[in-house]
Design a protein around this ligand. Structure first.
Ligand SMILES: *Cc1c(COP(=O)(O)O)cnc(C)c1O
Length: 434
């Protein structure tokens, strides 16, 4: 399988190159040249397959030329040592819990897989890799955790000062060792711009073996499609309309779902659930593609004004806005509505939802109210453990949320971060000096 750049369909690179470069020379994002379909017999038997078996089938569609089946199986078994259970609220609504990984958020799926794939490809080389990660909160800690103590790999995290939660900051800044955290005086888009500019800088590319690991990297994106298919396998009914609501920011999670659809997952509609940072909503409604300035919200991992993976969605559907509208429905919600939803989900179903999942719930509810399904299955993606966003949840529900043990340990450690401005010059000097 070869990969093209969203800026140039004729570009053709190997998996290894796509992963190590992160971003194409022309600034585009890598996409698979074709999206193979999973076989009819796979879909007939999918409910008998384990998460690892599903992941192996899906991954081998894209990776079979670059990694043997045996190595892939052990890589997958090593990466996914946690579950993605589908929890039913009632007969039609369920929650796909994606927060059972080491950092309690869905980004562990992409990060754990990518770290092992990079280590696999790098084991024969004698060169240190520097991985740059811009994070709005959860990406960084997930990636850092994946790469923690991997030989020959160094991770530099960039996060916006004062714009991540206390727990997120602790998770970003307490691993140390081969992980360095940079606290950037700016917002997430500044962090992302610094990383993108670094990849395009000739001097840095020559002197440093740079790679990326945020959701723009293919190795993060592909494994996120596994759990969509594993969720389908767990459904009570597979022959009714399926609607999947995805709390979205940089649109990586949604893009992975779209890839699963192209592989044959029978989804009636994807829902892009947004907080008031509503770039995609504006595009679907009016064709606007203008980057928006970021507005901080309760669901801060979705505070993105210029989502990177939008380019992939356009590439996947040949810039056809009408077609994209048929596949994706999008709505945007305020923090007030999000808070109300946290209360509603708890009082109706006894389920404790974090603010990201609450936005996902709201959008699914609005979509269903507009439709006349007699029967359906609606899946709400819950992307973070509520304990990670316990302030908002406690305020609304007046209950104590039990902090998982791993989180307690992280919380007791001391923050270690280096402050840096949002000027590229400063970031470049830092990279060249260390
Ligand atoms: C990153 C993140 C999101 C948004 O996912 P994207 O792939 O960037 O759209 C949603 N919820 C949580 C908890 C996240 O960490």
């Amino acid at each position: 399988m070869k990969f093209y750049s969203t800026n140039n369909k004729n570009c053709s690179v190997s998996l290894r190159e796509a992963i190590f470069k992160g971003i194409a020379n022309d600034g585009g994002l890598f996409m698979p040249q074709e999206i193979p379909k999973l076989s009819p017999s796979f879909w007939q038997n999918v409910h008998h397959l384990s998460f690892h078996q599903i992941a192996t089938e899906v991954a081998s569609l894209f990776l079979s030329e670059d990694i043997s089946r045996e190595d892939l199986e052990s890589l997958i078994a090593d990466a996914f040592h946690f579950e993605a259970p589908l929890v039913y609220l009632n007969d039609t609504l369920s929650i796909l819990e994606l927060f059972h990984g080491p950092t309690l958020a869905f980004k562990d799926f992409g990060a754990q897989f990518m770290a092992r794939l990079v280590a696999y490809f790098n084991q024969k080389e004698n060169k240190e890799i520097t991985i740059l990660v811009a994070t709005s909160g959860d990406t960084g800690s997930a990636v850092a955790n994946g790469f923690y103590n991997q030989p020959g790999i160094r991770v530099i995290l960039l996060y916006p000062s004062g714009m991540v939660s206390e727990i997120q900051e602790k998770q970003l800044t307490t691993l140390t060792g081969n992980i360095t955290a940079l606290e950037v005086e700016g917002n997430f888009d500044d962090c992302q711009r610094l990383v993108k500019t670094a990849f395009l800088d000739k001097e840095l590319r020559k002197g440093r073996n740079l790679s990326s690991a945020n959701s723009i990297n293919l190795a993060r994106l592909l494994p996120q499609s596994f759990y969509y298919i594993a969720a389908y396998a767990q459904l009570k009914k597979r022959n009714v309309p399926l609607i999947i609501s995805v709390p979205s920011g940089n649109l990586g999670n949604l893009t992975a779902g779209l890839l699963a659809k192209e592989m044959g997952l029978p989804v009636t509609r994807f829902i892009a659930a947004l907080n008031i940072n509503k770039f995609l909503y504006e595009y679907l409604k009016e064709g606007k593609q203008k980057p928006l300035s970021v507005i901080p919200t309760l669901s801060n991992a979705m505070d993105v004004g210029n989502p990177s993976n939008f380019a992939r969605i356009l590439a996947l559907y040949q810039n056809d806005q009408q077609k994209i509208n048929q596949i994706i429905y999008s709505r945007s919600y305020s923090d007030d509505s999000t808070r109300q939803a946290i209360r509603e989900i708890y009082s109706k179903y006894g389920y404790i939802m974090d603010p990201h999942g609450a936005v996902s719930y709201l959008a699914l509810k609005e979509y269903l109210a507009e439709q006349n399904f007699t029967d359906f299955q609606g899946i709400i993606l819950e992307t973070a453990h509520p304990a990670k966003f316990s302030t908002a949840v406690k305020e609304e529900l007046q209950i104590e949320i039990e902090m998982p043990k791993s989180l307690k340990e992280t919380f007791s450690k001391k923050k270690k971060a280096i402050k840096i401005s949002h000027k590229f010059k400063d970031f470049k000097n830092f990279l060249l000096d260390t």
